[in-house]
Design a protein around this ligand. Structure first.
Ligand SMILES: [Zn+2]
Ligand SMILES: [Zn+2]
Length: 468
């Protein structure tokens, strides 16, 4: 008998973590993600493990996003010393993601403790993990190729398949022998949008007893990518005509590389002659270099386009790209009156260099602020998308005069049709479990699978256990 307990991303999108237990496997978790949104210090102390990290045999990681990996240092801090299996590209990205998150966490913690001291409060908040734990977690990572089989227990093995979501992202196939037969669990991780540039479509699998499928966009489909690229060209043209600049808040992994690729295509089509493009995000730059290292994992057709331009690199594909490493480089962009495209973090304008660009440009009507990612409730990005006339930043009020645009086609997740196609590729009638979705999205997907395919899904509550 084997069990799966759904500890995170059960009826919610973040905090992905599922515990599998069986004599053949031991105790293994799929993902070790943190919950996202709000204050990092409070969030990390609130996220608790419902098992003893010292007793865990292994972690299997679907991809490097923090909602799937962010609690690894805390797990190590609490005594986990086993292997962390992931793809080799994920291990490379993880180094950037975990170090960046640790830096932010440390700074936030210092600030909170200083405030406590100033107010005369006793006691300091102790860190939930340290840089040493990050270093150890990275040492525990064991990178694997797609398609290679790795033993994870006496009679169990894991294979990673391309999920097409971000570089290195994987669908996890876990196989083990029990009661004289082979059992198979497939965990989709986050499934990519098959239209998106650079990524391959998610691999289709045929056999499983249980499938855990993400359902982020279980209730809708995305706009077509070609329409999105056309829209981007149009936005650049009208902004140039108004004499302005374009600011693009962007997440460091995935979205930034995709927009760089499309801007590179524009360059080769002669559409960017008037423009200077700035990548004003040290983290996005590091991530783009990792993408360049692993081009062989990306979509062949798009990589051929890079090669045909004799660049063999995403950074080289856009020769006019200017990289802002230091804060001084970033400040220098403010001098440009017309024709700057600035890609900067954070993706929801909650922090980072993008806010400094907004401070200089959002109150001028010739400029454009272009959103290419989802904007969560409560963020500055969401206020702007919702049409705020003024916003507060740096203790001051700013009129929103710049044009606010949203491109809907840049999603890194499969839409409803693609989720249905992916799950109906299985030929063994597996038990389908929906995870990683808001209830409204999961229910819509559940209803469609039942109605059109006679598939009944399980929507587990947090900490619910499934035996199989
Ligand atoms: Zn993800
Ligand atoms: Zn996710």
């Amino acid at each position: 008998m084997a069990t799966i307990t759904f500890l995170g991303a059960a009826q919610e999108v973040t905090g992905s973590c599922h515990l599998i237990e069986s004599p053949a496997i031991g105790k293994v978790i799929l993902d070790c993600g943190m919950h996202q949104g709000g204050d990092a210090v409070k969030r990390i102390s609130k996220d608790r493990f419902d098992f003893d990290p010292k007793e865990l045999d292994a972690v299997i990681l679907s991809h490097a996003h923090l909602d799937h990996s962010g609690l690894l240092p805390k797990l190590v801090h609490q005594g986990f010393t086993g292997p962390i299996y992931c793809t080799s590209a994920t291990a490379d990205l993880l180094r950037i993601m975990l170090n960046d998150a640790a830096g932010l966490y440390e700074r936030d913690l210092e600030r909170i403790n200083l405030r406590k001291q100033r107010r005369g409060r006793k006691g300091q908040i102790k860190p939930e993990y340290t840089q040493g734990d990050v270093d150890n977690a990275l040492k525990q990572c064991q990178g694997r190729r797609y398609g290679a089989s790795t033993a994870v227990g006496p009679e169990a093995s894991v294979v990673f398949h391309d999920a097409g979501h971000i570089l290195g992202s994987a669908i996890v196939e876990l196989e083990f022998k029990e009661e004289g037969r082979t059992k198979r669990v497939v965990f989709s991780g986050d499934l990519g949008n098959k239209d998106s540039s650079l990524m391959n479509p998610p691999a289709r699998l045929r056999e499983a007893d249980v499938v855990l499928m993400e359902s982020t966009y279980g209730n809708r489909n995305h706009k077509n990518v070609q329409d999105t690229v056309d829209e981007l060209a149009e936005i650049l043209a009208t902004t140039w005509d108004r004499g302005g600049n374009v600011m693009i808040p962007s997440f460091a992994v995935g979205r930034s590389q995709e927009i760089l690729f499309h801007l590179g295509q524009f360059h080769h089509q002669g559409l960017l002659d008037n423009w200077q493009v700035f990548l004003d995000s040290p983290m996005a730059l590091q991530v783009t270099r990792v993408y360049d290292k692993w081009l062989k994992l990306l979509d062949d057709k798009d990589v051929k386009e890079l090669n045909d331009a004799q660049k063999n690199s995403l950074i080289g594909f856009l020769p006019s790209l200017q990289i802002s490493e230091s804060p001084q480089d970033s400040i220098a962009i403010n001098e440009i009156k017309r024709g700057a495209i600035v890609i900067a973090g954070s993706g929801m304008c909650t922090g980072g260099r993008i806010r400094h660009h907004l401070k200089h440009r959002i109150w001028r009507e010739e400029n454009t602020l272009l959103f290419i990612g989802f904007q969560a409730m409560g963020t500055l990005g969401r206020q702007l998308v919702d049409g705020a006339k003024t916003v507060r930043m740096f203790g001051d009020e700013f009129a929103v005069k710049a044009r606010i645009e949203t491109l809907g086609g840049y999603s890194a997740h499969a839409g409803q049709d693609e989720l249905v196609e992916w799950i109906t590729s299985f030929e063994t009638n597996p038990q389908v479990v929906l995870v990683h979705g808001e209830p409204i999205a999961m229910q819509a997907l559940e209803a469609r699978l039942e109605r059109e395919h006679g598939i009944s899904c399980k929507l587990p509550a947090p900490k619910e256990t499934l035996s199989f």
